[in-house]
Design a binder for this molecule. Structure first.
Ligand code: PDD
Length: 275
């Protein structure tokens, strides 16, 4: 008995009672998108932004979805749970397709699935590895097709790393499951949004919070070798918050966790994110 609270196609139940068809297109084609919504002290963080991004994802796949119902289900998972801090995973799939065809039928019934789980948001110092970004051309869509991320991150795990920093033809994109920031020449820098990057909600929370305090974030195209001379670097995501990078194992670098600008950024972020 896992006793994980979940909702599948509008029905609330424990996870072990949910039955998913092997013809679900999430299963056969990864024809699905998702969100991870953090909550702290029983309050969701930036739920509207996650819902807006989910809308963009389903629009990109032409999947029908009633976002009002999704919001209600997410709030219901939260209110029925005893966890103080954690996140809600919510997945939207094109539906069950009894003919396994790349071209889907137009009469599909959208399949939805959400569950709630605790998360401590502990700040962990990360070891990371730089690697080639081998993903597809629409990483701005929060798709469940994460095979390239899985391959890269498990290769990094073999080298005792917690995450990867990816680059496409030398230009930094993002991490395997988070966005990248670094400080160079006393400037806070992050790769600019493009089709190659997920527009992270945590990324935008940080950029807005820093801007409110008069700290500009430089968004642009940065070469991965620029990380050699960065004074600090960190990753952002809904489950990590801000996680500092202690070491990049496959380049010479002099990252420090004592960088005063990094410490200010983390303080500003934490007070915004955790309230
Ligand atoms: N991952 N980039 C990628 C590839 C991600 O998978 C994520 C999040 C982010 C950060 O996005 P946000 O700040 O909105 O969480 C960036 C989630 C947490 C996951 O897949 O579990």
């Amino acid at each position: 008995m896992h006793q994980i609270k979940a909702v599948f196609n509008g029905n609330f139940d424990y996870i072990e009672n949910i039955k998913v068809s092997p013809f679900s297109r999430a299963y056969t084609f990864s024809d699905s998108v998702y969100e991870v919504i953090p909550f702290y002290n029983k309050k969701s963080i930036s739920l509207e932004s996650h819902i807006e991004r989910l809308q963009r994802s389903v629009d990109a796949l032409s999947i029908n979805l009633d976002l009002k119902i999704v919001t209600t289900e997410i709030n219901q998972l939260l209110s029925s749970s005893s966890f103080d801090n954690g996140y809600i995973y919510y997945q939207v799939t094109r539906g069950e397709d009894l003919i396994r065809s790349h071209m889907h039928s137009d009469q599909m019934k959208t399949e939805t699935f959400g569950y709630i789980t605790p998360c401590s948001f502990e700040t962990k110092r990360l070891n990371v590895m730089i690697c080639e970004d081998i993903r597809w051309g629409r990483c701005d869509i929060k798709s469940t097709s994460l095979l390239a991320n899985v391959l890269n991150m498990n290769n990094a795990k073999l080298h005792d790393c917690d995450e990867v920093i990816m680059h496409k033809h030398g230009i930094l994109t993002e991490a395997g499951a988070s966005n990248l920031f670094f400080i160079k020449d006393n400037n806070v820098c992050t790769p600019a949004l493009s089709n190659n990057i997920l527009p992270g909600i945590t990324r935008s929370i940080l950029i807005d919070a820093l801007s409110d305090k008069g700290i500009k974030v430089f968004e642009g195209d940065f070469n991965h070798l620029e990380l050699k001379t960065a004074t600090s670097a960190w990753l952002t995501s809904s489950t990590k918050g801000i996680a500092p990078i202690e070491n990049i194992v496959n380049i010479d670098n002099s990252l420090s966790l004592d960088d005063s600008l990094y410490i200010s950024c983390k303080e500003i972020f934490d007070s915004k994110f955790f309230g």
